[in-house]
Design a protein around this ligand. Structure first.
Ligand code: UDP
Length: 397
């Protein structure tokens, strides 16, 4: 069966989630599940969409103020609908090309932006019977664009996100609370002993370890937070992971700090780093939070992208798993307080673990497969009935 996953590298989370579900489909169904992952912004092939993944770190810059304003102004289902229709003459043909180049039994969106256009393109250019599904990737404050109507199934990570879907007009029987899909590596590593994780990473076994991350792009005032913490002379091993932010990586490697600091650029074994840590200092990215819940880590949240990540902060704080410390000095104070209070750390770690949904990626993969089976029972897997006989020969539009 063939599946098309739409995502974009706007941050690291959309790709991470889509990959987690793709890996589960392969694990469960082997070669019978063929997944094509498409960064739809790039695949549309038109200005300015192709540039958006590259522009994203700058777009959420300036403390996220312009982004937050844009988010709140557009966070209405009627406005999303109007904007999507306004853009349609410009996006329709590129969207059709993307769909025809990747014929699929089920189309799954791991991003909020394409969902309205996806529904329009599905209804106009392929058949309405091709199942489409949305996997929403924010914990609470999910933008209205995610919940464009007309898709077959909406998977959300929390009850709060479900309420949001219902408020956007989605029928309750189409919304399923499953969780944020995390890579299986996090599930496998969830009981990895801390000492073993540290041995693997070449870290000291005795001292507490504070892990500092800023999402896939190393975003927010991560450098200020690291410096503020180092100046407090914590008796702990500090590790900062800068993700794809190469400039930050180089700055931190060269920084003269009063305490030793281990600096890593993009890592592909985040689950091991998390199991090695005692405290995670992070921006409130939904994937990182979901992974930290599986690892059972107490959180110090130093930043949140306004709008979409605001609810992630309240979710972690209200459930006792995190502390909101939006100024670098506050973050440093919060870490120092937690280092001095192991009982509080244990309490927060238990709250964090209680929020974990380690089987989310598997359950989502099973739902996608189920939708695919239903589609096959109608058409017997003959995609040409959806896309036309020459579906794979559609290079030009
Ligand atoms: N990540 C990673 N290696 C790194 C930095 C980040 O694998 O060096 C992953 C992290 O584990 C998470 C994702 O990137 O899965 C970041 O997603 P999140 O939603 O937290 O933030 P975003 O980058 O989307 O803003």
């Amino acid at each position: 069966m063939r599946f098309l996953f739409l995502f974009s590298d706007t941050g690291g989370g959309h790709r991470a989630s889509a990959q987690a579900v793709r890996n589960e489909l392969s694990r469960l169904y082997g070669d019978a599940a063929q997944v094509e992952m498409v960064d739809f912004f790039k695949a549309l092939g038109r200005w300015p969409f192709t540039h958006i993944p590259g522009w994203y770190p700058a777009m959420v810059g300036m403390h996220g103020v312009p982004w937050g304003v844009g988010y709140h102004l557009t966070d209405r289902k009627d406005l999303v609908k109007a904007l999507s229709h306004l853009m349609w003459p410009y996006t329709a043909h590129p969207f059709r090309r993307v769909l025809y180049q990747n014929p699929a039994d089920v189309i799954v969106s791991f991003h909020g932006v394409p969902n309205y256009a996806l529904r329009m393109a599905r209804n106009k250019y392929i058949q309405k019977t091709v199942p489409t599904m949305v996997v929403a990737l924010d914990l609470v404050t999910v933008h209205a664009a995610w919940f464009a109507p007309g898709h077959d199934l909406y998977v959300v990570p929390t009850d709060e996100a479900r309420e949001r879907a219902l408020a956007c007009g989605i029928a309750s029987e189409q919304v399923k609370v499953i969780g944020m899909p995390a890579r299986r590596a996090f599930v496998v590593a969830k009981d990895l002993p801390q000492s073993e994780a540290r041995t693997q990473l070449g870290l000291p076994l005795e001292e507490p370890m504070v892990l500092l991350v800023g999402g896939g792009e190393g975003m927010g005032p991560l450098k200020s937070v690291v410096c503020a913490l180092a100046e407090k002379f914590p008796k702990a091993q500090l590790v900062v992971i800068t993700g794809r932010n190469q400039a930050l990586y180089e700055q931190l490697c060269q920084a003269r700090l009063p305490v030793p600091l281990r600096v890593e650029s993009f890592v592909s074994n985040m689950e091991v780093w998390m199991r090695a840590a005692d405290i995670l200092v992070t921006k409130a990215g939904p994937n990182t939070l979901a992974e930290a819940f599986i690892a059972g880590l107490p959180l110090v949240l130093y930043d949140a992208i306004p709008g979409q990540e605001d609810g992630n902060v309240s979710y972690a704080v209200d459930h006792g798993a995190g502390v909101w410390a939006p100024h670098p000095d506050q973050s440093a104070e919060a870490v120092m307080a937690l280092l001095a209070d192991s009982a509080r750390r244990r309490e927060m770690a238990a709250c964090s673990r209680a929020l974990a949904r380690p089987d989310a990626a598997e359950l989502i993969a099973r739902d996608i497969w189920q939708l695919g089976l239903e589609s096959w029972s109608t058409l017997g897997g003959d995609l040409s009935q959806y896309y036309g006989k020459d579906s794979t020969l559609f290079p030009f539009f």
